[in-house]
Ligand binder design. Sequence first.
Ligand code: GTP
Ligand code: SPV
Ligand code: MN
Length: 602
Amino acid sequence: MEKLAPAIAPPPDIGTARTQNRAVLDWVQSVARLTQPENIFWCDGSQGENEFLLSEAERQGSVIKLNQERVPRSYLHRSNPNDVARVEQFTFICTPTKEEAGPTNNWSAPAEMYQKLHRLLAGAMRGRTMFVIPYMMGPPDSPLAKIGFEITDSIYVVLSMRIMSRMGEGAVKRLGESTSAEWNRGVHSLLDVNPERRFICHFPQDNAIISVGSGYGGNVLLSKKCLALRIGSYLARKQGWLAEHMLILGVESPEGKKHYVAAAFPSACGKTNFAMLIPPRHFAGWKVTTVGDDIAWMQIRDGRLWAVNPENGYFGVVPGTSYKSNPNAMRAISHDTIYTNVALTDDGDAWWEGKDGNPPPHAIDWRGDDWTPQSKDKAAHPNSRFATPQRNNPVLDSDFDNGAGVPISAIIFGGRRSDTMPLVFQAFDWEHGTYIGSTMASETTAAATGVVGQVRRDPMAMLPFCGYNIGDYFRHWLATGKRLSNPPLIFHVNWFRKGADGRFLWPGFGENMRVLKWIIDRAEGHGGGAETPIGFIPRPEDFDLDELGVSRDTMRELFAIKPEEWQRELEGHAKFFESLGGVVPDELHKQREKLADRLAQH
Ligand code: GTP
Ligand code: SPV
Ligand code: MN
């Protein structure tokens, strides 16, 4: 578990990479005055610094070095058992008015929240080292690239940020010495890792984030959900671009024709797996490559949407990852990886439920207790994660670092739905697609604390990540469509429909290539489809089933549009819009009425 570690004493040449930017220096001094650290460590992101910090973290017990023959340069971290996932109930958007945060966010007035947080932070770093992490989000030559500084008292955060962001010197250089430059101020302190003093707070108007009381990834790697999505979405609307919870993948045909696709699935619903998909044997010559696995920043150019991945690494779900389900991820995490909350085998390897081979006869579980296959608890936490550099990915797209971004041919929404939602359908147009995104739903997962398996509406997979009023977010989507002369087609997929026996109907993973292929065919304008009340679906002759081993009956079930399920779905949409209290744009209400009419006539 995250030890409330004492200050570290770096050798003279490490921890001294100060910026000359006055605004940053002043801010760091003011945070130091408040939190009273023993010393300040300025990170430069270098190899030497990383090695020093890894050895310190190991000495302090905040990471365990894994078997270096099995997983070279890789480590295990155990977070506090009370601190294993994002905490949506303690996540706040602090804007001058409650309306700006909107009906889907927890809100607090900035002054009040600053006061509360400053009380918690007063003296919080006494006896500890305060790390200052400069980082950049986005490829360096992207016009969307953003600079952030994260102050933290967790060495695990420093080690992880070096993987997840472009950390160090480059960010400092890019910011330069201008005191008026735009940069994000992030402050994180573990405090005493007490859930009662755990708050993840965003101040969009100040471009500031304060996170206290947690040591878990999504709450403390401020580059990710906090900056790239919550603050990012706020800036995106102001500046006319999109910050989305989407993977970005490239798909290339045997003839060398390439398309890029972005897909929004809620947390733990398959983004990383889809982004690293290996086409089945039947698709010889097709290649899928990863631009990003979690976040897309997209801007309009020449009437199209162009996407970059702001991140530099993957913070992915470990359980279920295997050479069978995701060989590319397995290769990526086989070295230079930080594992969080997986089990430790007796020979020093990482283990988790769903890994290839037999379970080990004995292991230490994610809490640090003895575990055997007879134990009733899981060895790895269901939300255990890997942090691995994107350069470890064997199918990293050649344009991952291209600041111009990649042109998006299709946008895919999707969720975890055991019923109602067919394997794939296509929206009639952008506005209908926006409606599909705005009403999408998914069963909750272990990625956030709370009940798992409950269907909830999660518009565009952004419910926990939209940093402003969701009604304005929908309006921003509608307005963006109007600015696109060559908009991506919009689809909805569901890998998780279940049969009467409670089992998944669709094999998923690599076989999702078949769905992707239909999507690409549609984008190229030669794929067939049948019009239904909910959108276009592939006809049997449009959808490649060779070498699949899924029966025609099962395929019919996967594509069934059942009137009673869709009546319930429609009511769900209406109830959701109602719950938003009048912020939903008229266009989307009209879309719902049109869907109701089409279903009634069907
Ligand atoms: P976050 O990192 O939380 O945003 O998650 P994610 O959306 O990247 O999800 P990820 O790809 O890590 O998958 C989450 C879980 O869904 C894992 O347990 C996967 O094994 C499982 N999963 C992913 N793709 C499929 C699929 O096509 N079919 C089925 N049945 N399960 C899948
Ligand atoms: C998610 O929950 O969507 C994640 C993991 O990608 S976290 O970094 O915790 O947000
Ligand atoms: Mn995610």
